[in-house]
Each structure stands twice: as structure tokens, then as C-alpha cells.
Ligand binder design. Structure first.
Ligand SMILES: Cc1cc2nc3c(=O)[nH]c(=O)nc-3n(C[C@H](O)[C@H](O)[C@H](O)COP(=O)(O)OP(=O)(O)OC[C@H]3O[C@@H](n4cnc5c(N)ncnc54)[C@H](O)[C@@H]3O)c2cc1C
Length: 389
């Protein structure tokens, strides 16, 4: 083989970029990051990048908490900005979900996370833009908000390069190389490259890559559409990120009265070929989102559509990512399956995965993210049922 690395990370989305940076920063000598296009070319680049710690397990809540700290430290540590805005986040809860939301709030408070239900009077005062009909409760989280997914990823890629990491953009990995129960490297158009460990952080394309070395990966690739709107009226508009489970939409500010708006659960998840899918949004989707938006947030009446597009979610059976090594296969780690919520946890996942790989240092609950849970039939179970983590 022509070259040898201690570790090769495939895919420069948020997960791969953070993993590569932290492997190198943790002292690993030869680390390479391979990206078939450019950093953040996958789901990361199209992410709404809403940041909230509201999860059903302490594990995911803590991963977001850690990522927020990492976003904040980024200017000092790397000399680049993540675009994190602590705008606050709120969750509009319908009646059938109110008990589960209350249990989550209690869990999160016990983890030291600042979150609570707003009082009815506060809702009216703080949310003059909200139509409260059918909203049974509003969960509020001041540390939530949003970040810039492209800037965050580019920051880790820059940091990786600054400390001597080997970056290969426009370089697709064609296959993983395997000898018996070991992954031994990768194959590019320039030939084979050996590595002590290969991290599969190729997002929705991870399944294809894994299968090139006969590694099973139960991962769906589904199309996710988003829209961008500019509110016209001079009436008050939200300044915070919102997950609205009453009308199944989410939105977050983009600045200049613009907002990213997408559809939340429940909705249809359509499987697509990640190498060949429609990247523009469907007109019926756009008008459906507009109707839901104007109904719940009346100041958006007459909002101007600025953009609409489709990208991909890489979805696991329990909507928790697959991270880390697997039993019975050396030289290989999964780092995929963000399942539509993987941006906010991606930075912390990369840091923890790097420690797992280089120092075999891993917390018990993080180790549960291994693909081994599929064989053990031990999926994570979210409080809201369905596909909500
Ligand atoms: C529209 C949309 C909205 C979202 N909103 C949110 C949100 O509000 N909050 C949140 O937390 N998450 C959100 N997500 C989910 C989140 O963005 C993703 O889970 C996360 O960004 C995935 O990052 P990743 O690095 O794992 O994968 P990706 O970003 O998909 O990166 C994979 C990379 O691998 C590269 N690659 C693929 N194959 C190869 C190969 N063979 N060789 C080399 N490189 C390869 C790709 O080009 C790509 O750059 C959203 C996702 C989408 C699509």
C-alpha cells in the first residue's frame, strides 16, 4: 500500500470533521480526513442546525450540552466561529405529549439543564406572535438556539489542518479494505491506503461504504425538505428557535426577518438513493409548510419564500446514531446515523469518539451507541414514541 495512517476519517460533515480534529489534537500522529466533495457537502450543509438539549435520555442531552460548550470555546481554541446564537429554544407541546414533555423536563433539570414550562401569562407576554390555540404547554430552554453548520464544520477542518492533519477534499473513498475480521484501509482512485482505524462518517452514504467491505449497516437514507421565508409585516416575529409539535413544523431565525422552516414528526419519510435524489423541494410541501406557519404564527401571513431545497437524513432504526467500534471487527468505527438531529450532538460525538479510539476511554452510556446494540436487540427508546429521540 502506498501510504499509512494511524486513522482515516471518511466524510467531512460535522461528525467526521470533529472526529478528525479531536483525534489529531489528542496526539495521534498521522490522521487523514477524506471528503468526496467539500466540507459540509452532505446533510450538515443543509441542516437547520437548531440547538436544544431537550431529549429523552441524559446521554443526548449531555452531548448537546457539551457541543454548546465547544461552540463557545471555538474562537479561542481554533480561531474560528461556529455561529452559535443563544437565542433560546421553545417546544410547543400538544395535549397528548404533555406528560412525556413534563418527564423530559424533570430529567433534564436533574442533569442541571436550565429548562421549564412557561406560565400561561409568560407565553402571552413573551410570544405575541403565537396563536396559542391547541398549544397545551410551552417548554423553554434559554441555552438553546442555533449555529451555522457550515462554519462549524469548516472550523474543525481548519483546526485539523492547522495542527498537521492531512485533508483530502474532492477525493471519494471508493471502498473499505478488509482482511478477515479487520478493516485495513481504504481504496481511492489513486489506489489503496492503509490505516490502523477507519472511521465511517459518510452520513447517508455510510451504508454503501460499509457494504463495500461486507459490513452490515442498517441505515436508511430519507429525503428532508426545508424552506426559507422572509416575514414581511412589521409585527413582532420570533427571535428564538421553535420546535412545534402541535402543527409538526420547526423554525429558526436566519437573521434579517428570515427563517428556516421544515416539517417535523409525524410525516412521511421517503427512502431515496443518496447518489440520486431530487434536491429541490416539492411545491405541495412548500404550500403545506406555509399554511402551517401562517396558522400558528400569524405575523408570517404573506411571508416571501426565499428558498426551498431537499437534503438527506441518515436514519437508524431507533433514531440514535451508530458510533464507535463493533465487536468482532477491528480497525473500523461507525460515526453515522444522525437521524435528522445529529448536528447539535456531532461536535461532542467527534470529541468522545476520538478519546474512545485513541485511549479506549469511553463512558458506559456512550458505548451503547455502538452498532452492537442492533445484534443485542437493545435499541434506545424515546419518551415520545415513534421516531423522536
Ligand atoms: C434539512 C435538514 C435539517 C436538519 N436540521 C437539524 C437541526 O435543526 N438540528 C440538528 O441537530 N440536526 C439537524 N439535521 C441533522 C444533521 O444536520 C445531521 O444529522 C448531521 O449534520 C449529519 O452530519 P454527518 O457529519 O454525520 O453527515 P453528513 O453531513 O452527511 O456528512 C457526510 C460527508 O461524507 C461525505 N462522503 C460521503 N461518501 C463519501 C465517500 N465515499 N468518500 C468521501 N466522503 C464521502 C459527504 O460528501 C459528506 O460531506 C438536519 C438535517 C437536514 C438534512
Amino acid at each position: 500500500m502506498s501510504q499509512t495512517y494511524d486513522a482515516i476519517v471518511v466524510g467531512a460533515g460535522i461528525t467526521g470533521a470533529s472526529t478528525a480534529y479531536h483525534l489529531k489534537r489528542g496526539g495521534m500522529d498521522k490522521v487523514a480526513l477524506f471528503e468526496r466533495r467539500r466540507p459540509a457537502a452532505g446533510g450538515t450543509g443543509k441542516s437547520a442546525a437548531i440547538v436544544r438539549q431537550h431529549y429523552s435520555t441524559a446521554l443526548l442531552a449531555r452531548l448537546t450540552q457539551e457541543s454548546i460548550g465547544m461552540f463557545r470555546d471555538m474562537p479561542d481554541e481554533i480561531g474560528a466561529d461556529s455561529g452559535y446564537v443563544r437565542s433560546g429554544w421553545c417546544f410547543l407541546v400538544p395535549k397528548p405529549m404533555i406528560a412525556a414533555a413534563g418527564a423530559n423536563v424533570e430529567l433534564l433539570q436533574s442533569c442541571g439543564i436550565d429548562t421549564r414550562f412557561l406560565e400561561p401569562g409568560e407565553i402571552a407576554d413573551r410570544m405575541p406572535w403565537l396563536n396559542p390555540h391547541d398549544v397545551a404547554g410551552v417548554v423553554y430552554e434559554p441555552e438553546g438556539g442555533y449555529a451555522d453548520p457550515v462554519r462549524t464544520t469548516e472550523a474543525y477542518v481548519k483546526g485539523f489542518g492547522d495542527i498537521g492533519g492531512s485533508l483530502h477534499v474532492n477525493t471519494p473513498v471508493r471502498a473499505l479494505l478488509r482482511a478477515g475480521d479487520s478493516v485495513t484501509g481504504i481504496l481511492t482512485d489513486d489506489g489503496p491506503i492503509e490505516a490502523g482505524c477507519v472511521v465511517n462518517a459518510a452520513g447517508p452514504w455510510s451504508k454503501h461504504l460499509a457494504e463495500s467491505a461486507e459490513i452490515e449497516l442498517d441505515l436508511r437514507s430519507v429525503r428532508e425538505q426545508d424552506t426559507v421565508w422572509e416575514a414581511r409585516s412589521d409585527r413582532p416575529i420570533p427571535e428564538i428557535s421553535i420546535s412545534n409539535a402541535v402543527d409538526a413544523i420547526y423554525l429558526r431565525p436566519l437573521g434579517q426577518r428570515r427563517f428556516v422552516v421544515g416539517r417535523g414528526f409525524p410525516k412521511d419519510y421517503i427512502d431515496v438513493d443518496p447518489y440520486n435524489y431530487k434536491e429541490t423541494a416539492d411545491e405541495d410541501f412548500v404550500s403545506d409548510v406555509q399554511t402551517r406557519l401562517e396558522h400558528r404564527f400569524p405575523p408570517f401571513a404573506g411571508a416571501r419564500r426565499i428558498d426551498s431545497y431537499a437534503a438527506l437524513y441518515d436514519v437508524t432504526p431507533d433514531w440514535y446514531p451508530f458510533i464507535g467500534p463493533r465487536s468482532g471487527l477491528s480497525g473500523y468505527c461507525d460515526a453515522c446515523g444522525g437521524s435528522g438531529h445529529g448536528f447539535k450532538i456531532g461536535a461532542a460525538i467527534g470529541r468522545r469518539l476520538a478519546r474512545w479510539i485513541s485511549e479506549n476511554d469511553v463512558d458506559e452510556d456512550f458505548a451503547r451507541l455502538s452498532y452492537d446494540r442492533v445484534a443485542a436487540n437493545e435499541p434506545f427508546v424515546g419518551a415520545y414514541g415513534g421516531n423522536r429521540a
